[in-house]
Design a protein around this ligand. Structure first.
Ligand code: AMP
Length: 378
């Protein structure tokens, strides 16, 4: 595969969600087929792909069947067991490598790996017992956030500790252990960098994005982030140093906090397309999904340039889905729906992008006006 995966080859994607769907759509445009591994029928990714293996991520028979349909395998979902990853990697090339996935699967390994390359995070400590939690709180201070180390996303598996009496109930509720205690970062803003690295070490990174969450779920992304050039350069350097340290082949999203002093701290990393990069579909010649597929397929990586500024708003749950007809009727809003048949509170159903002239991203008031009928304030 020295010249890259040939047209009509099959890329396997572990996971059937919207990240897989948009990756498969980018792959189709490059002449590839995708084969999805996912337990649920009619998953967003399978609905736009050539094939699907319906099965559990831990089932060796399903993993084997899936691998045999694919020329190369990638992920939109990180939580496959170590044994499952090893099985896939014994059958087909897996990109990013299982070693990279293992880092991102476990918050303790993730934070240690990031700190090892000299990149700061919130203060943290591993917690196996209640006594260790008390010692960790003495070290990190309150408020703090207690998190499960694996399988957490969108704020699930987390408890905020404000007072000493919060420790015991949070410790009892959060499973499995070990847990991780993190000091709360009093952040000025949250940002992310999405970068791609090819097999020969070729590298491309999108501009830094500013992210706002609501109820622990990403609500809005602004591209570019409204931060100083020095802070943006620091964030870019951090993303690159992590991508190189883990010898990434694929896509990596690095979520970071900027504190009041302008320091940049890493929150977490994800070696896959990321919600904060959805705007790249509409604002860039090559989106994060195209870069993902190109890196995985061994194709050349184009620069991650942007022809517009952009705001992306997620459509979450029934209230925002109710706005769909109004969104469709509003010129300038670029609608994306993921094909999920069931709407539930907190579920990401789609997103909307609005482009602005390069350098013309307005302030919050202008963004709110431009995104109507969607509410972007508060
Ligand atoms: P996570 O699941 O770690 O990505 O956390 C989800 C969101 O919770 C982050 O995007 C932040 O808004 C918030 N959060 C998580 N960890 C911290 C922390 N140590 N300090 C402040 N806010 C945090």
């Amino acid at each position: 595969m020295s010249g890259g995966l040939p047209p009509n080859a099959t890329i396997g994607i572990v996971g059937g969600g919207q990240l897989g769907r948009m990756s498969a759509m980018a792959a189709a445009r490059l002449g590839y087929r995708c084969h999805i591994l996912c337990p649920e029928p009619e998953s967003p990714a399978a609905l736009v792909s050539a094939g699907v293996t319906l099965g559990d991520y831990e089932d060796p028979a399903a993993l084997r069947d899936f691998a045999l349909h694919c020329d190369v395998i990638t992920f939109e979902f990180e939580n496959v067991s170590a044994e499952g990853l090893d099985l896939l990697a014994s059958l087909r090339p897996v990109r990013p490598s299982p070693a990279v996935l293992r880092i991102s699967q476990d918050r303790i390994i993730e934070k240690s790996s990031v700190n090892r390359v000299g990149v700061p995070t919130a203060p943290w400590a591993p917690v196996e017992t209640l006594a260790e939690l008390r010692a960790a709180v003495a070290q990190v201070g309150l408020p703090a956030i207690l998190k499960t180390t694996r399988m957490g996303y969108d704020g699930r598996g987390q408890a905020r500790l404000e007072r000493p009496e919060d420790l015991e109930p949070a410790f009892a509720r959060l499973l499995p252990r070990p847990l991780i205690l993190e000091g709360v970062v009093d952040f000025a803003c949250e940002i992310s960098v999405i970068c791609a690295r090819g097999r020969g070490g070729a590298y491309a990174a999108f501009d830094v994005v500013e992210n706002r969450h609501r109820d622990h779920i990403l609500d809005l992304s602004f591209a570019p982030a409204r931060i100083s050039e020095a802070t943006a350069a620091r964030a870019q350097a951090i993303a690159r140093s992590i991508a190189e340290a883990v010898d990434l082949v694929g896509l990596l999203a690095v979520e970071m906090f900027v504190n009041a002093k302008g320091e940049v701290l890493v929150n977490e990393i994800a070696p896959r397309p990321h919600n904060s990069g959805h705007w790249t579909i509409d604002a860039c010649p090559a989106s994060q999904f195209e870069l993902h597929i190109r890196a995985v397929a061994g194709l050349p990586l184009p620069p991650a340039t942007r022809h517009a500024d952009a705001v992306m708003k997620n459509l979450v749950g029934p209230e925002e889905m109710a706005l769909w007809p109004a969104i469709l009727a509003t010129p300038g809003l670029i609608p994306h729906l993921y094909g999920k048949t069931e709407t539930r509170p907190g579920r990401k159903m789609g997103h909307v992008t609005r482009l602005f002239p390069h350098g013309g991203l307005p302030g919050d008031f202008g963004v709110a006006a431009a995104m109507a009928p969607l509410a972007t304030g508060g």
